[in-house]
Design a protein around this ligand. Structure first.
Ligand code: ZN
Ligand code: ZN
Length: 157
């Protein structure tokens, strides 16, 4: 078996360790080189920000021990319908919601009743800033809290 392979995307002949493992392909390696793989997945991410984000978030929650009863398709649908944060109204930026590059306008998953289980009905997407502030509080407690602060500091507004 040759220790080189020609990448079918860029056409450059590269050593086998420049290709990711893939048991379903001949030689146990992918046909496109690592560089091309990274470029393709980046392009895919830019073209499918909602789906990319959904896949990332569900993996993350699974990893953290949540009971996931929500498919990537279902979450992608919710994401596509949630362009702005339903709490504060700021525009959500799906492309920076992953890989520890989050900012305050990144989307984040919030469980409406804070159970350890994720379903279509108890999940919504709010901005990271609202999620940080709301923390694990049920929405109604968060709103009461905001109301308390707003009443006390009304003179500043
Ligand atoms: Zn290549
Ligand atoms: Zn918000």
């Amino acid at each position: 078996m040759s220790s080189y392979r020609k990448c079918y995307v860029c056409g450059i002949e590269k050593p086998m360790d420049e290709f990711y493992n893939d048991v379903s392909q001949s030689g146990g390696k992918k046909y496109e080189c690592k560089d091309c793989c990274k470029k393709l997945s980046k392009e895919w991410q830019l073209k499918n920000p909602h789906r990319y984000w959904s896949r990332y978030v569900l993996n993350n929650h699974k990893h953290n021990g949540y009971d996931i009863q929500l498919s990537v398709d279902e979450l992608t649908n919710i994401a596509k319908q949630t362009d702005i944060c339903p709490i504060c109204g700021k525009l959500l930026v799906y492309n920076n919601g992953t890989n520890k590059k989050q900012s305050l306008d990144s989307p984040s998953l919030d469980r409406i009743n804070n159970e350890n289980i994720l379903t279509v009905d108890n999940t919504w997407i709010i901005c990271l800033e609202c999620n940080n502030l709301k923390s694990v509080k049920p929405l109604v407690d968060f709103v009461k809290f905001c109301d308390m602060v707003a009443t006390k500091f009304n003179h500043l507004l």
